[in-house]
Design a protein around this ligand. Structure first.
Ligand code: UD1
Length: 352
């Protein structure tokens, strides 16, 4: 069985890393294709090095551009690659433009395809990711759902065949790399602030970065937290920053590698983010989170206030960060029957 894995953006490198490992130990042959959507060393190469991901067989070098330009270039180049490379199945991850490109190309080539992180919905079609997910879920032959909510979302859309509740591969990644993070990226090498003395924030979603009023509201909120806020910045957000005066407690820094992020999350007083992955990492590492959006796909994390929807309103952000959770966590994203999500996915991929 020859599996072709398609990745392009930061969160996909993390998810693919743990599934690659499970595929390798199950004896599968994997061919990795990088669309090249993320290309800065700290957005791409550092993840491959830290996570031990196999070298991509090819980089499609789509780079930055409009959604159509990115998706179109990835489609043309992936189709050409698959025309001369024999594979049995394409695996796409999450909800980026790489996911969309892969889903469309595989469908037209009649190549069986699997979607990891299927069934997530924000019910907000203004998000490019929502559009990408809906298409990928429609076209996939195998749909690997991280949560019960994801299974229910698919059922509500009439998608019931080839659907598996596998748990969340990001949980595997968090567990697998937490130890390496403590050794290779200790807190004191990253910041002079001690454990639980600072907040960690990230902002990169187009709905925030491309709306000056929202971006201003978010930074105003971060300015009210009364503690240092570490803000590793995605290049997209940095490009918008000259519009704004940064509050003095906010420490802007370059994007971090995965291990450094795990350490910074684990030791934070709280996390403030518009990233889906970070909401979950905060939950699994037992750190309260405020989500800088109006909705979340990871509704389970909202229970007992471990995650709070704060939007872009300064006072709501400050209030969310001040208010501790009011009850215990429940298991979230676990694999079926105590199995690791990545092992469950590798099993289904190889025994379809
Ligand atoms: C993409 C995904 C998003 C995911 C995010 C993770 C889509 C539609 N969105 O968004 O779901 O959460 O990745 O980080 O696929 N840039 C650089 N260097 C890079 C990459 C990007 O400078 O290596 C800059 C460019 O100016 C680019 C902008 O960032 O125009 C946005 O990057 P892009 O890849 O288009 O989307 P993301 O915001 O990263």
């Amino acid at each position: 069985m020859r599996i072709c894995t398609l990745v392009g953006a930061r969160p996909q490198f993390i998810k693919a890393a743990v599934v690659s490992r499970a595929l390798a130990s199950a004896g599968a042959e994997e061919i990795l294709v990088h669309t090249g959507q993320h290309y800065d060393p700290e957005m791409s190469r550092v993840f491959f090095e830290e996570l031990g991901i196999p070298r991509p067989a090819v980089n499609l070098e789509v780079g930055s551009g409009t959604h159509a330009a990115q998706t179109g270039a990835a489609m043309v180049r992936l189709e050409a690659f698959l025309a001369e490379t024999s594979v049995d199945r394409l695996v796409v991850y999450g909800d980026t433009n790489a996911t969309l490109a892969g889903a469309l190309v595989a469908a037209k080539l009649h190549l069986p395809q699997a979607h990891v992180e299927a069934g997530l919905r924000s019910f907000n079609r203004r998000m490019p990711e929502e559009v990408n997910r809906i298409v990928a879920d429609r076209l996939a032959d195998q749909l690997f759902c991280p949560t019960q909510t994801a299974l229910e979302n698919l059922a509500a859309e009439g998608i019931t065949e080839g659907v598996y509740g596998t748990g969340d591969v990001m949980l595997d990644a968090t567990r697998f790399f937490a130890e390496a993070a403590a050794t290779h990226a200790p807190l004191d090498a990253l910041t002079p602030h001690g454990p639980h003395t600072y907040f960690l924030a990230t902002v990169h979603r187009a709905e925030n970065t491309d709306d000056p009023a929202r971006l201003r509201g978010i930074f105003d909120g971060l300015g009210r937290l009364g503690a240092p806020v570490l803000l590793p910045l995605h290049p997209r957000t940095r490009a918008r920053l000259d519009l704004l005066a940064m509050p003095p407690n906010v420490e802007v820094r370059p994007p971090e590698g995965y291990l450094a992020m795990l350490t910074l999350v684990r030791n934070a007083r709280g996390v403030l983010t518009d990233s889906g992955g970070l909401q979950k990492e905060a939950y699994w590492l037992g750190v309260p989170c405020a989500t800088l959006r109006e909705e979340t796909e990871w509704v389970e994390t909202l229970e007992h206030g471990w995650n709070r929807l704060a939007g872009a309103d300064p006072e709501a952000i400050a209030e969310a960060a001040r208010t501790p959770p009011d009850g215990p966590q429940r298991p979230f994203g676990e694999g079926p029957d105590g199995r690791r999500p990545s092992d469950a996915i590798a099993h289904h991929l190889l025994h379809a």
